[in-house]
Design a protein around this ligand. Structure first.
Ligand code: 13P
Length: 251
C-alpha cells in the first residue's frame, strides 16, 4: 500500500544547534497527535546523528540529502550510503535538481547512488522534474519519463517497490510559483502510468509520488487532494514548525 508522506528538505540551512532545535520542536509538536501521513526531515549530513537521537524515530524519519556513488575509500569529502544509514537515517533524497544542476549529477551517477542506498537499507526519495524551457516546449512528460528510465528502470520490481518518487518541476522550486493542482495531478498520473508500463499496476499503485516546488500551508490541501499526489517534498516551508506542521496536517 502506498503511503502519504510529508518530507522536509532543509537544503543547506540551519547550523547544528538550530537544526537540533527545529527537530526537537517538530518532535514536540507531533507528540500525541495521530497523523495521516509519514513525516520525514532531510537534514544536512552533519545533523543526521544528533537529530536521529533527539527525536522519536517512530514518528519522524530522518533523511540525508545526498550520498556518494562509491562504496568507500579515497573520495575526500564524500559521505557513503553506509555512513548515512549508520546515523539512524532511513531515507536519502537523490537526484534533486540542485544536485543535478550545480554538482553535475548525471543519470548514470544517480543510478549508482540509488543502488548503494538500497544496498544499505535506505529508502531513496528520488527527484525528477523538468525545467521551464522544457515545459514550454511541451517536453515535460518526455523529460520526466527519461529521468525515471535512466536511473531507476534497471531495478527489479521488488527493489523499485522501495523507491519514493518526488516530482519537482524546477520552475516551481523556491520561486513561489507552485504547479497547479491540475498540473501536479496530470504529471503524477503520467508517472504512475509509466511505472505501470514497466512494473505493472500493483507496483505503480503502491509507489508514493510526492510533489515538490513552493508547496506550503495554503496550497498543500489542494495539492494532496489529488488521487495521484501522495504528499510533498517541502523546502522553504519545512524550516519552521509553524509552516511545516500545517502541511503535515493537510492530510
Ligand atoms: P521549495 O519548497 O522551497 O520550493 O523547495 C522545494 C524543493 O526543492 C524540495 O526538495
Amino acid at each position: 500500500m502506498r503511503k502519504n508522506i510529508v518530507a522536509g528538505n532543509w537544503k543547506m540551512n540551519k547550523n547544528l544547534q538550530e537544526g537540533l532545535t527545529l527537530a526537537k520542536e517538530l518532535d514536540a509538536a507531533l507528540k500525541g497527535k495521530t497523523l495521516n501521513c509519514d513525516v520525514v526531515i532531510g537534514t544536512p549530513f552533519i545533523h543526521l546523528a544528533s537529530v536521529a537521537t533527539a527525536i522519536d524515530l517512530s514518528k519522524i524519519g530522518v533523511a540525508a540529502q545526498n550520498c556518494a556513488d562509491k562504496v568507500s575509500g579515497a573520495y575526500t569529502g564524500e559521505v557513503s550510503a553506509e555512513m548515512v544509514a549508520s546515523t539512524g537515517a532511513k531515507y536519502v533524497i537523490l537526484g534533486h535538481s540542485e544536485r543535478r544542476a550545480y554538482y553535475h549529477e548525471t543519470p548514470e551517477i544517480l543510478k549508482e547512488k540509488v543502488l548503494l542506498a538500497l544496498a544499505n537499507g535506505l529508502t531513496p526519495i528520488f527527484c525528477i522534474g523538468e525545467v521551464l524551457s522544457e515545459r514550454e516546449a511541451g517536453k515535460h512528460f518526455e523529460v520526466v519519463k527519461s529521468q525515471i528510465e535512466a536511473s531507476l528502470f534497471n531495478l527489479s520490481a521488488e527493489d523499485f517497490g522501495k523507491i519514493v518518487l518526488a516530482y519537482e518541476p524546477v520552475w516551481a522550486i523556491g520561486t513561489g510559483k507552485t504547479a497547479t493542482a491540475a498540473q501536479a495531478q496530470e504529471m503524477h498520473a503520467f508517472i504512475r502510468k509509466t511505472l505501470a508500463g514497466k512494473y505493472g499496476e500493483t507496483v505503480a499503485n503502491d509507489t508514493s509520488i510526492l510533489y515538490g516546488g513552493s508547496a506550503n500551508a495554503s496550497n498543500a490541501k489542494e495539492l494532496f487532494s489529488n488521487p495521484d499526489v501522495d504528499g510533498g517534498l517541502i523546502g522553504g516551508a519545512s524550516l519552521g514548525v509553524d509552516k511545516f506542521l500545517p502541511i503535515i496536517e493537510a492530510f
